[in-house]
Structure formats: C-alpha cells, structure tokens
Design a protein around this ligand. Sequence first.
Ligand code: UDP
Ligand code: MG
Length: 199
Amino acid sequence: MDAVGRLKEKGVKVVFVLGGPGSGKGTQCANIVRVFGFTHLSAGDLLRAEIKSGSENGTMIQNMIKEGKIVPSEVTIKLLEKAMLENGNDKFLIDGFPRNEENRAAFEEVTKIEPEFVLFFDCPEEEMERRLLGRNQGRDDDNIETIRKRFKVFLESSLPVVDYYNLKGKVRKVDAAKPIDDVFESVKVIFSNFSKKGA
Ligand code: UDP
Ligand code: MG
C-alpha cells in the first residue's frame, strides 16, 4: 500500500500549530503531548535532524534555515509523512508547518489530509524577538539578522495560511504573549472541547 493508503488506514488526525518564531509553539506542544496524548512533530526539528544525518539535502536545508527561507515542500512533506507512518500514534501536532500557501496546498494534495483545526499563537513581534534572543538553544538562526528575515517571511507567507483556514472556520487563536501557564489554560480549553466531540 502507498503512503496515502497507510495514513488513511491509520485514521491519522492532524492539528497544525502555527505562530511566529518565538511564539511558543514548541513549549505548548510539549504540554499538549503530556495532557492530551498527541505526538509532536516539529517541521523545523525534522529538518534540523535531516541536516545532522548527513543526507544529500542537508547543505541545501542548512543554507535555507540560515537565511530564514522556506525549504521546498517536497522535502518537508516527505519527512512529515515518514514520521507519521513510523509512529504508532494516530494524532499529531504538526508544529511550524505549513509556512506558505504552497506548503499547505502540497500537503493536502500529497497526503489527502486536512487538519482537524489550526492552533494559532498570536504574539507581538517585540515579545517574540525578546524570547528568541534570550533562549540561546545554539541555533544558528537565532541571531538578530536571521530573526528579522524570519519575521518578514512569517508576515508575508505564513499569515496567509492562517487567513485561509480562518475563512474555513478552522482557526483557534490564543493570546501567546502571556506567561506559559496562562497560555496553556487557553490551549487546554480548546483541546478539551476537541476531545469531547469524540473526534
Ligand atoms: N522551516 C522550513 N519549513 C518548515 C519548517 C521550518 O523551511 O516547514 C525552516 C525555516 O527556514 C525556518 C526554520 O526552519 O525559519 C526554523 O523553523 P522552526 O519552526 O524550527 O522555528 P520557528 O521559526 O518556529 O522558531
Ligand atoms: Mg519551534
């Protein structure tokens, strides 16, 4: 059976987690995993692992991340599809993807999966910048020059994806400028309602 068939057979359910760089996607995804039993797939982490593995695409991916650019859909979708098939779970948080319209359309086209909903972390740029410059995770895109580029890409390319799903009534927006625990309170309400529907 092909990948689409196997994803369908598994009955895979996906929630996209979107928000600017430093809006707290990774932090809150860890909380959601703990309480609601999802598996967290960070597109950025999968791409960074691909660089480390010494794959033939590694250098290209590394250069794009350093410039804050969006890696070709084909590459990211392959990694996401593989991760979903290798994992026994049937519900996934896809964090930091889709980042542009092309990512979105290609994912739906290739996997035939539509997200259950989109969790959107809304956060002012000054706050995101403060967090990114303070977090020091040794990432070579957490410098002020690359951060500015990432903000620009987020506004120009990623926000339209949120708008697209908003028109479909699929966006659940959270005020992400608040402290971590407060943000999670809002997130919990959203996921509790989703679980209740038996979906
Ligand atoms: N990236 C990408 N496609 C994706 C996810 C990430 O090209 O679907 C690249 C992009 O260059 C981005 C970087 O990986 O700026 C880091 O993404 P991540 O989500 O880890 O960081 P965030 O910007 O959300 O803090
Ligand atoms: Mg992240």
